[in-house]
Write a protein that binds this ligand. Structure first.
Ligand code: COA
Length: 399
């Protein structure tokens, strides 16, 4: 292999989105919960939430996002698949292995799952950059895929959602260069966690909001202390969005720390483009920050040559602030039409159907269950048998 003396820029070469089959209107949920719809649409900043079909999970969504990337690049260069999730389907086997198989990637591939609540995707992105730095011919498929599900009639229910974002990380990327330097913050706290025996998380919502804000401030201060860019150097900001108003709270804190007035006009100008997709999808945990990035890139003016600041937060907690520098011409590589279509084609469902999907359970006693086709994406969960999930590739070309 040729020796590289000058470090090539490393970053996001391609990026793609997938979400689930159904959409629940939060107006209907508000009616059922007896709350003013404004609490959800204005107070939380959410309009609809994705509800995955009974034959969808984090594997089918991750594969649907990644398929779009693999279709356009030489899969032989992908040596690693890193899948970040906090709604894993197995305590031992990585969901990335199922995705590697569904995509038909070579067996000479490394496939691993990563976890740290909603922060896991950012760790995957940073680890991917390290692998590419070590071998610039190496490309890494970073997958973030999650289904945010809270107890029925809990405060978190209105923030549910589901999505996957796939990113191809390579040297000389076509979309965005990962800037050197990060601000980091870790603290051992109990704001949101999910013990192995639970399907929904334990959550102290108010605490998680205040810890998110504290972690964002500390990560930013670490970033600055390590010689990071000044706040004015960023053309845009993206935040992890458990609900879109959270981005507004976090950005207001960042501006306040710098003595900058955080009025609504300024906040809207800085953030509105980043919240369009999340407002419709809901929380997607590890994918949420990157759904926000895609929303920004699909709606903002040309940011070529400019920097975007990203704040990643995962309860528990870990936060990271880092910058992406947009590669000139990146807009030609975006999948704006496909991203919009993935959200627009979701089938609206009634509250009753939403509850039926929630109540649907896969066998946990080793018995077999063949699932009826409920979704329409390129991959589906076909059956569970002997405690194993069996997937099916429909070989559709996703629009
Ligand atoms: N019109 C407009 N806004 C309204 C409203 C109405 N009719 N009714 C309430 N609101 C506002 C509230 O003032 C509040 O705004 P504020 O945060 O700016 O004060 C917002 O809506 C939410 O109301 P609140 O009463 O705080 O909601 P809640 O306690 O029922 O739930 C969370 C909010 C975030 C705690 C809850 O959604 C949750 O637990 N989410 C899961 C965890 C999470 O997302 N954590 C985030 C960090 S990771």
């Amino acid at each position: 292999m040729e020796r590289i003396d000058v470090v090539s820029p490393i970053g996001i070469h391609d990026i793609a989105l997938a979400t689930g089959h159904y959409a629940l209107n939060l107006g209907e949920l508000a009616e059922r919960r007896g709350v003013d719809p404004g609490k959800y649409t204005v107070g939380l900043g959410q309009t609809t939430q994705t509800v995955p079909a009974t034959d969808e999970d984090i594997v089918t969504m991750a594969a649907a996002a990644a398929k779009q990337i693999v279709a356009e690049h030489d899969a032989g260069n992908i040596r690693t698949v890193l899948l970040a999730t906090e709604t894993g389907i197995d305590q031992s086997k990585a969901a990335a292995v199922y995705v590697q198989d569904l995509l038909g990637l070579p067996s000479s591939t490394r496939a691993v799952e990563l976890k740290q609540a909603c922060y896991g995707g950012t760790s995957a992105l940073q680890f991917a950059a390290g692998l590419v730095h070590r071998d610039p011919d190496h490309q890494v498929l970073v997958l973030t895929s999650d289904i945010a599900k809270y107890d029925v009639d809990s405060a978190g229910e209105a923030t549910q959602g589901a999505a996957a974002v796939a990113m191809l990380v390579s040297a000389d990327p076509a979309v965005a260069v990962l800037e050197p330097g990060s601000g980091l913050y870790t603290a051992n706290v109990q704001d949101f966690w999910r013990p192995n025996y639970r399907s929904t998380p334990m959550v102290d919502g108010k605490l998680s909001v205040s810890l998110y804000l504290e972690a964002a401030e500390q990560a930013w201060k670490d970033y600055e202390a390590r010689g990071g860019r000044a706040i004015e150097d960023f053309a845009a900001f993206c935040y992890h969005q458990p609900f879109t108003r959270m981005a507004y709270k976090a950005h207001a804190r960042l501006l306040e720390v710098h003595g900058i007035g955080a009025d609504q006009e300024r906040l809207d100008a800085d953030l509105a483009h980043t919240t369009v997709y999340n407002r419709l999808i809901g929380n997607s945990y590890t994918a949420s920050l990157y759904v926000g990035l895609m929303s920004l890139l699909d709606h903002a003016e040309d940011l070529s040559g400019r920097s975007v600041g990203l704040l990643s937060y995962g309860s528990g907690c870990v936060a990271e602030f880092f910058g992406l520098s947009m590669v000139p011409g990146y807009r030609q590589r975006l999948r704006t039409a496909a991203n919009r279509a993935a959200i627009a084609r979701r089938e609206p469902i009634s509250y009753e159907r939403y509850r039926a999907i929630r109540d649907f359970e896969l066998p946990v006693d080793g018995s077999s269950k063949v699932l009826e086709a409920d979704s329409a994406g390129p991959f589906r969960l076909r059956a569970v048998t002997g405690h194993s999930r069996m997937y099916e590739a429909r070989h559709l070309i996703q629009a």
